[in-house]
Write a protein that binds this ligand. Structure first.
Ligand code: ADP
Ligand code: MG
Length: 695
């Protein structure tokens, strides 16, 4: 078998129908070896299984026909486009087929051939079929009397310049059986699991995906590959988690609950059930000697801050220091104000450490941190810079994990012996996506808002409602409220975006002469941006005309209206984030969203109907598909080739369960039954494992 192996491992160049020139083209779509080719799967299928009678074809229909070629030839057209045409006849009649721009087909299709063709029926001097796909089922010269009468399914492959999907299909057809026989029945997933999950073995899945006899067979086979992919990813996550828990010494916070109890008693409200659940998960984690590594997710306003405060107090009551890191100075300052109010009465004084704190004040703060006198430190990235030495770090809370990558999380971890880490995110993402992106973290979800919140009233409107909307905004300003008008970021040109916002700014200033209006966009210096935000925060500015540079987490309770322009340009998650800037106070708040197109998009309709961030995130996943969700900022994010998160949630949960169970029992994957898994992991994730490696 070793000789056979070489065609899977060997260069695609030596496969039938390839050669050095084509191999270069294959390299462009990341197909280098036979194995790559075997895993180069169709992204869609052309279903030509149901064959239509030629006499019954209707213009506008998408049809599949089978017939003999009765005449053929290349016709030049006036536009210098050369068209290959062939007339097909079946027992019911005949039709002309035309392939514009593909004159070379004249060399491969002969008179008398039995042809299957599928595509739209058009009207062009009579009915004409323009095949998207075709195949010669039998040659005129074939002696066999038997005529295939059924249709087929055409796989359509991702292609590239100079290598069409049909050429790829031909190469795969030529080589598939040899590639599969080299693979044999080798399968990294145990047969017993596949039975339980009702999934086919690997070779069967690959064979079917390249040539299903019905499109309905495809889903199950795709799920087979999806499971394998998800399982190894979860195994990677499980190992990273286990390594952190087993190899790095953590702190068991087990002091009596003095400060935490005092806070719970002092709060003017009861925790919601979701907050209680999150807090008890965190509390249990912190009490264990293994370092905590947990993601706390919840919508804006769901009450994450209180839960984080409890966690920090738990570290502090055990005699350790706690730190919370925010993405910007403004947010760090806001956190500090919140904690001063909340924790001051308990005798805990938060310290602030940001880039803006310099000179003597900075030296003093650093000294208090190093001496252990600063028990709670609120800051920005400045917290993880050189020269910041915590005397006894216990817990690090990271607010808004989307701005911090894996890398920063790791740096924090390396800075001490292994303080607990709690990552907070106000960007709800579906649980499935969280398990894929942050599978090494444990997950706490606050999926409930405190009682008595008034939902923000949302209206999605066309341009005809502008005047009414701005009148309404004027009424709110007159009543002493504050408002935002938001412009989308125009990616091509920051200058253009700034100009659009500037024009609007001038119009609004003229329209509301009594209001203090300010402009905030990406072209301003960071000092100017900061100043504009602070002025709005202080209530000196009534109306802020801004591009999306407004800060995600900023709370202005008196702001009750947000108008969003050209809303189609925003993603659903971003719209939801923006909307979360209002509705922070006691007054009813409003979000008015304008669409530029005739009718609002599906996304905007969802946004108008739903206010729950998790529901919107699920909706977003459904509408956009997952491709987009692995956004640019998610560096270190995993690309899923086969799994579809909306379809494969069950497989994801199954993969995670199995992966964690295996790693719990055998962290090194050294038992004979697990060695194959470890080998596969090495093949797949050598680089990522390095990234994960801690301490
Ligand atoms: P998040 O950080 O998740 O955006 P916050 O912690 O800032 O949310 O909470 C938003 C507001 O709700 C704060 O004013 C907070 O005091 C209040 N709050 C938090 N939890 C509760 C609760 N269980 N009941 C009532 N109000 C709450
Ligand atoms: Mg918050």
């Amino acid at each position: 078998m070793t000789a056979g192996r070489s065609i899977l491992r060997g260069s695609v160049q030596y496969l039938k129908g390839v050669g050095p020139r084509r191999a270069e083209r294959f390299a462009k779509i990341d197909v280098h070896t036979g194995q790559d080719l075997l895993y180069h799967l169709p992204y869609r299928y052309e279903d030509a299984t149901t064959v239509d009678a030629i006499s019954e074809l209707k213009v506008g229909q998408d049809a599949t026909v089978i017939g003999r070629v009765v005449s053929k030839g290349v016709i030049p057209t006036r536009r210098r486009l050369r068209v290959f045409r062939a007339v097909l006849r079946d027992v019911t009649g005949h039709i002309e087929c035309a392939w514009p721009g593909r004159p070379w087909l004249d060399r491969t299709i002969d008179k008398g051939d039995l042809l299957l063709a599928a595509g739209p029926v058009r009207f062009y001097h009579g009915k004409q079929l323009q095949p998207r796909e075709h195949t010669v089922l039998a040659r005129a010269s074939d002696e066999r009397g038997e005529r295939p009468s059924g249709g087929r399914v055409f796989p359509v492959y991702p292609a590239t310049e100079g290598l069409t999907h049909r050429q790829i299909r031909a190469v795969i057809e030529l080589n598939l059986s040899r590639l599969l026989s080299d693979l044999g029945d080798d399968d990294p997933i145990p047969g017993g699991w596949l039975e339980e999950l009702a999934l086919p073995p690997l070779a069967e899945a690959l064979r079917t995906l390249h040539g299903p006899s019905a499109v309905a067979q495809v889903g199950r086979c795709q799920r087979r590959l999806a499971f394998e992919e998800l399982f190894f990813l979860q195994l990677l996550h499980a190992r990273a988690r286990a390594r952190l828990r087993n190899e790095v010494r953590g702190i068991a916070f087990d002091a009596p609950a003095t400060l935490t109890r005092a806070l719970l008693e002092a709060l003017p409200f009861e925790l919601t059930a979701a907050q209680r659940r999150a807090w008890s998960q965190i509390e249990a984690d912190m009490a264990r000697p293994a370092p905590m590594n947990r993601l706390l997710q919840g919508d804006v306003g769901s009450g994450k801050t209180v839960v984080a405060a409890l966690a920090m107090l738990k570290a502090i009551e055990a005699g350790r220091q706690a730190a919370i890191m925010a993405p910007t100075e403004l947010l760090a300052e806001q956190h500090r104000r919140t904690f001063v109010k909340m924790l001051g009465p308990l005798g805990v004084e938060p310290e602030l450490l940001t880039g803006a704190i310099t000179g003597k004040a900075r030296r003093q703060t650093l000294a208090r941190i190093a001496a252990g006198d600063a028990r709670l430190v609120v800051g920005t990235h400045a917290l993880i810079q050189e020269g910041v030495d915590f005397a006894s770090p216990g817990l690090v809370v990271i607010d808004e994990q989307h701005r911090f990558g894996v890398e920063q999380r790791r740096r924090l971890r390396e800075s001490g012996e292994a303080p607990d880490a709690l990552v907070m995110s106000a960007t709800p993402i579906p649980r499935s996506l969280a398990l894929v992106l942050y599978g090494d973290l444990d997950l706490s979800i606050i999926d409930e808002l405190p009682p008595g919140r008034r939902p923000i009233r949302t209206a999605v409107r066309g341009p005809e409602s502008r005047d009414a909307a701005f009148d309404f905004l004027g009424d709110q300003l007159a009543a002493g409220r504050q408002a935002y008008v938001i412009y989308p970021l125009v990616e091509e040109s920051e200058a253009l975006e700034a100009r659009a916002a500037t024009v609007m700014f001038e119009q609004l200033q003229a329209r509301f002469p009594d209001a203090a209006v300010r402009l905030l966009h990406g072209r301003l210096s960071s000092a100017e941006k900061d100043e504009a935000m602070r002025s709005f925060l202080a209530g000196d500015t009534n109306l802020l005309v801004a591009t999306t540079v407004i800060e995600v987490g900023i709370d202005v309770p008196n702001a009750t209206v947000m108008i969003i322009e050209d809303a189609e340009r925003f993603g659903l998650a971003q719209l939801h984030q923006l909307r979360g800037r209002v509705g922070r106070g006691a007054e009813q708040s409003y979000c008015i969203v304008f669409h530029a197109s005739e009718t609002p998009s599906e996304r905007l309709v969802a946004f108008e109907k739903k206010t729950d961030g998790f529901e919107l995130a699920e909706e977003d996943l459904r509408i956009r598909g997952q491709g987009d969700l692995f956004g640019k900022e998610q560096h270190g994010a995993v690309l899923l080739r086969f799994a579809q998160l909306d379809r494969d949630v069950d497989l994801l949960e199954a993969a995670r369960r199995r992966a964690r169970a295996i790693v719990d029992a055998d962290p090194g994957l050294s038992k004979p039954a697990h060695r194959r898994f470890r080998h596969e992991l090495d093949l797949r994730y050598a680089q990522r494992e390095a990234l994960y490696h801690v301490g």
